[in-house]
Unconditional design. Structure first.
Length: 272
């Protein structure tokens, strides 16, 4: 209602109320925009981290036993290794080379932040320093870090959602991982494609200068024990024609408890 007894003309009263209403609407809109600007990136980062966490938990499990075959391809030669691996979360893992005869019996152990290599042919135990985590594992295109997962793709990186893309007809989230300050990581940047079933389907690894170093393709999704996972991982070094390394998962057993004592230096010499 408008005050007809007021000295202020009715039209002027109407206009004043319209301006108050418009100012209120603008304030609400500005508030909404501010909240979106302030929370949007944080929400996306949390979503991206959750996607990576679920994918990592699915592939790794709490406990995992595997039989693997690695094929290293070079322009003029090719060789194959077979191995067994056991892991407990992100803290413990042990890898036993089972073939060929030349490398058979070699063992790699990770305990929290330490990595060891037992070489039975010379009966020598070698501690692998953090500076060697970027080095090639057994002459392959995988690094020591790739195999024993010293760094955590969940805890050692900040995550951001870049969008959606299709990999091998599968709709995927595209997520960027940038290392946190002082995190013990090998790469300057990682781009990961994760499908809607939380399987990683492709990863690109970049050095600190932003140059692409390796690309890993994950395919041949099969049921392994209690879950569907990619069973073929192909690592291809950038700009090196004719070079690649393929790791195939031959068998996998998830969630069969493994005691901490299994991941000991003493067990490296007897594990079979």
């Amino acid at each position: 209602m408008y005050n007809t007894k007021s000295k202020e003309p009715v039209l002027k009263q109407i206009w004043r109320r319209i301006k108050l209403f418009l100012n209120f609407r603008s304030a609400l809109l500005l508030s909404s925009i501010s909240v979106t600007i302030l929370t949007g990136p944080w929400v996306e980062a949390q979503e991206a981290k959750e996607i990576i966490s679920k994918a990592d938990a699915k592939s790794r499990g709490r406990y995992l036993e595997q039989e693997l075959r690695m094929t290293i391809t070079r322009p003029d030669w090719e060789r194959t290794l077979t191995m067994k691996s056991w892991s407990k979360g992100t803290e413990y893992s042990i890898i036993l080379i089972t073939a060929p005869a030349k490398e058979k019996g070699q063992v790699f152990l990770k305990r929290v932040k330490e990595m060891w290599n037992w070489v039975p042919s010379i009966e020598r135990l070698i501690k692998i320093p953090p500076s060697m985590m970027t080095q090639s594992w057994m002459g392959s295109d995988f690094t020591n870090d790739d195999l024993v997962k010293e760094s955590s793709i969940v805890n050692d990186y900040d995550h951001s959602l870049l969008g959606n893309e299709t990999i091998d007809v599968s709709a995927c989230w595209k997520i960027q991982l940038l290392p946190k300050p002082d995190a013990p990581v090998v790469w300057g940047k990682v781009i990961s494609w994760v499908d809607k079933n939380f399987n990683q389907r492709k990863l690109e690894y970049y050095d600190e200068e932003g140059t692409l170093v390796n690309t890993m393709y994950l395919s041949e999704i099969k049921v392994m024990n209690d879950r569907e996972i990619p069973t073929r991982m192909e690592m291809v070094p950038a700009g090196e024609k004719g070079k690649k390394t393929i790791v195939e998962i031959l068998s996998a057993i998830y969630e069969k408890p493994i005691p901490d004592s299994y991941f000991s230096i003493q067990n490296m010499k007897v594990v079979r």
